[in-house]
Write a protein that binds this ligand. Structure first.
Ligand code: NOJ
Length: 563
């Protein structure tokens, strides 16, 4: 199945977080016209698709992931005319547009919820999930993703509604066919405008059927929501229905965000003959640097062998059925060069190494804004300078309630806070990194004076041009898209190396994951006479001409061989 050639398999996707990309009108908030002004830049980079995080009307409790009207544009971001112009201008440059679809929940300010909470008889009541509490307690003791109970009391009707995220994000009731129909209608509204697909927010959480335990279970101490909501009983049925009703009618791409998904489940979501999604975002590799079984804030250094084992497992499982998405970053994750690389002395080398490691795997690569210039994590000294609801709630909980040492809690925020990804795009060394002439909604990372697009474009050895080359290579060598994957040197302590093979061609991808030098031997069965250097993050890598290579700090090399 995965040998079938679909355009989204050979594409590279670039994610834009609109609030932080480019501000065109000086209000400190990125907007659609700002994005339009930077399309030539994206074309120069060579990406095929843009995934645009939500631009719909929203009270911004969770920066647009709480939508109050799916068919209107947020005032701060512009108008529907702007959006249509963006789509046109992208298509003119052969860039496709994938929009965010957030339908596990709405905002509590969405008209459906405003109605639903009025009375138990309201026609929209069943659009959401309501339960009675007992003895002044919520129905279960589940904890929401952003802290606190998943149940919010609604005095109008003396019942609680379910919200897996903030209380301003009530979960929709997908069991109700009217909910599903309304969503399909809205999806068609967008697809008929000519957009090219959807990234579906926490889509594996939509089915809660049969999974709300009774009050008895609550008394017996069920904790957290994870066992109950991801990959619920009816999720595949809903997605197949969505496919039949909507997706199958358009030539589009779909990627479902699926926290807690296993490779076996991912195969169910993405196998072409099951007619659900094209690919999913999985999170296992994003959890390798926290204490197992604990939250992302409970830090643990990454062990390279875990990363090798994990990514290789995903490569193998989805090899013949299904398809992988490949990513290091998004608007919820810290910056990869600070996380798994070295954002000091070896920032450039390690950013390129991580890019190589990812882009030669089998799957569709995603680049998050700023990744292509090696943007880093940020460290604000005061909690007040942060904006993200998730990290602020965590801080409040750990510092105010549990009385943890604030300095320790800040360490977790520096390492994992979502605002690391959300500081404004660094365009130049000018005021606010060229992002805005006003006061940015969140401060710019002070390193913008050196790390910025302008500098990157002026340096032919920059991370930017390295990404551009990776994208070009994907277009030139089919083996990058379709070749089989095999990990080699599984137990090597500092090298992450793998082979791709297609027909009589092979690629050898070599990455020194650390700062210290290490020796790599080219496997004996390779036809070294045919060795062709495709790319390296050191300019003189062509000098490596024996089978034994001393890899320098973070050195990456990719060779192509013909059998
Ligand atoms: C996942 C999104 O990526 C994240 O930013 C958001 O907070 C939650 N879903 C809730 O929509």
């Amino acid at each position: 199945m995965s040998k079938r050639k679909d355009w989204w398999k050979s594409s590279v996707v670039y994610q834009i977080y609109p609030r932080s990309f480019m501000d065109s009108n000086g209000d400190g908030i990125g907007d659609i016209r700002g994005i339009i002004s930077k399309l030539d830049y994206l074309q120069q980079l060579g990406v095929d698709v843009v995934w645009l995080s939500p631009v719909y009307q929203s009270p911004n409790d969770d920066n647009g992931y709480d939508i109050s009207n799916y068919e209107e544009i947020m005032d701060e971001f512009g108008t529907m005319d702007d959006l249509e112009e963006l789509l046109d201008e992208m298509h003119k440059r052969s860039i496709k547009l994938v929009m965010d679809l957030v339908v596990n929940h709405t905002s509590d300010e969405h008209q459906w919820f405003v109605e639903a909470k009025k009375s138990k008889e309201n026609p929209y009541r069943d659009f959401y999930i309501w339960r009675t509490g007992k003895d002044n307690h919520p129905p279960t003791d589940w904890q929401s993703s952003f802290g606190g109970s998943t149940w919010e009391y609604s005095p109008e009707t003396d019942e609680y509604y379910l919200h897996m995220f903030s209380k301003k994000q009530p979960d929709l009731n997908w069991e109700n066919p009217k909910v599903r129909d309304s969503i399909y209608k809205m999806m068609k509204f967008w697809l008929d405008k000519g957009i090219d697909g959807f990234r579906m927010d926490v889509i594996n959480m939509i089915s809660k059927k049969e999974c709300l335990p009774s009050y008895k279970d609550w008394i017996n101490g069920n904790h957290g929501f994870k066992p109950y909501t991801p990959n619920g009983d009816s999720v595949h049925q809903y997605l197949q229905e969505m496919h039949q009703e909507v997706l199958s009618k358009y030539d589009i791409m779909t990627v479902g965000e699926c926290p807690g998904v296993s490779p076996e489940q991912a195969e169910l979501y993405t196998a072409a003959d099951r007619n659900e999604l094209n690919m999913v975002f999985q999170f296992e590799h994003m959890g390798l640097d926290n204490e197992p079984g604990k939250s992302k804030w409970d830090l643990k250094p990454l062990a390279l062998k875990d990363l090798k084992q994990n990514l290789s497992k995903w490569q193998k499982q989805l090899e013949n059925k299904g398809w992988n998405s490949l990513y290091w970053n998004n608007h919820d994750q810290p910056r990869i060069v600070s996380r798994f690389g070295n954002d000091g002395e070896y920032r450039v080398q390690s950013a390129k190494m991580l890019a190589t490691l990812l882009h030669f795997m089998k799957g569709t690569p995603y680049i998050y804004q700023g990744e292509e210039i090696g943007m880093t994590n940020v460290r604000f000294s005061k909690i007040e300078d942060y904006r993200d609801i998730e990290l602020k709630n965590m801080y409040k909980d750990r510092v105010d309630h549990l009385r943890w040492d604030p300095a320790e809690v800040m360490k977790s925020i520096y390492a994992k806070g979502r605002d690391n990804a959300r500081t404004p795009m660094q365009w130049s060394g000018e005021l606010n990194g060229g992002f805005s002439t006003g006061t940015p909604w969140i401060q710019v990372n002070p390193n913008y004076t050196t790390i910025n697009v302008k500098n990157a474009l002026e340096d032919q050895h920059s991370i930017f041009y390295y990404y551009k080359k990776l994208i070009e290579l994907r277009k030139q060598h089919e083996i990058i898209v379709y070749g089989d994957y095999n990990l080699i040197l599984e137990d090597h302590e500092s090298v992450f190396s793998y082979m791709r093979s297609l027909g009589n061609e092979r690629l050898l991808v070599i990455n020194n994951f650390y700062e210290h030098e290490t020796v790599f031997e080219i496997p004996e069965n390779m036809n070294v006479q045919t060795r062709e250097l495709l790319i390296s993050n050191y300019n003189d890598a062509s000098k490596h001409n024996s089978a034994s290579i001393t890899l320098r700090p973070y050195e990456s090399i990719v060779y192509k061989f013909i059998n």
